[in-house]
Design a binder for this molecule. Structure first.
Ligand code: PMP
Length: 297
């Protein structure tokens, strides 16, 4: 069955899901989005994603034509229509159609679309064995320019970082802020483990406040592990016992090599594995259940 896409209030077939070339999301990256995952019929942390979407919208003065209470059901309905029990959802709100000028005031209505499909960010063997990363030369956007806390459609910075990773033959790249502190990956947050203590950069350095990051911090607390939100440098990454990245698309992925330095013993570490196990349980528990028990069995 061709996938059904929510587009401005109706469901259309994938090939009919089209927007105007005058949409400012396309012309200027003027819009916002969320990536959300469904695990065994559970839309993981749906409310948190919706909240972040509306926060991004408020920050850049986009009026979403659905209320924050209506949006979760639109997301759930998109997944149900496609009869999926595991999926990656892309929820996008663009500024809408305007003229060729920059002005958002000539874009009367925001456009909303929701796609639910499959997405595997890395090959299964990389989740098992860990990925190889480099540090990108491209720095994260400054928080006083385009604040990375806003999940905007302007992902060119992230795309350039991904290109650097690819050019270096690595799976991913770590990103520094303009002061040289490690901030995150191209589309993931970062954690280090050293002497059983977890470290993650504070979001004010220029990271997105990841929902997976917050989840891992909660799980760590449940497992009596200490997490410190502290700035750290590339050196701290090189000498860490374990490194892993977190994100909705990437999920939890171990990093075993950075800039040709082997991390720990070059294998995913014990703390990462323990957290990953807890993460798998939590992704099926915390969120909105799409189907009743009878529908699943
Ligand atoms: N940082 C960036 C730049 C991202 O694009 C993402 C993915 N949305 C993340 C971090 C991880 O955030 P989350 O766990 O909420 O998906």
């Amino acid at each position: 069955m061709a996938s059904q896409i929510f587009l401005n209030g109706t469901f259309v077939n994938r090939e009919d899901a089209k927007l105007s070339v005058f949409d400012h999301g396309l012309l200027y990256g003027d819009g916002i989005f969320e990536g959300i995952r469904v695990y065994d019929g559970n839309v993981f942390k749906l409310r948190e994603h919706i909240r972040r979407l509306y926060d991004s919208a408020k920050s850049i003065l986009i009026q979403i034509p659905y209320s924050q209470d209506e949006m979760p059901e639109l997301v759930c309905e998109t997944v149900r229509r496609n009869q999926l029990s595991s999926a990656y959802i892309r929820l996008v709100v663009t500024r809408g159609n305007g003229d060729l000028g920059l002005s958002p005031y000539l874009c009367p209505t925001a456009q909303v679309f929701i796609i639910a499909e499959q997405l595997n960010m890395f090959a299964p063997s990389l989740y098992e064995n860990g990925i190889k990363a480099i540090t990108a030369a491209t720095r994260r956007n400054r928080t006083d320019a385009l604040n990375p806390k806003i999940k905007s459609l302007n992902y060119l910075n992230n795309v350039l970082i991904k290109i650097e990773a690819h050019a270096a033959g690595a799976n991913e790249a770590l990103v520094l802020n303009s002061e040289g502190y490690v901030v995150e990956g191209s589309g993931e947050n970062i954690f280090l483990v050293r002497d059983e203590i977890l470290y993650t950069p504070p979001a004010y350095l220029g990271a997105l406040e990841g929902i997976t990051r917050a989840t891992v911090m909660e799980l760590a607390a449940e497992l009596n592990l200490t997490v410190k939100e502290e700035p750290f440098t590339r050196h701290d990454v090189y000498v860490a016992d374990e490194v892993f990245l977190t994100g909705t698309a990437a999920e939890m992925v171990p990093v075993v090599e950075v800039d040709e330095r082997v991390i720990g013993d070059g294998r995913p570490g014990a703390v990462t594995k323990k957290l990953h196990k807890a993460f798998q349980v939590c992704t099926r528990r915390d969120g909105v259940q799409l189907y009743s028990k009878e529908e699943i069995s």
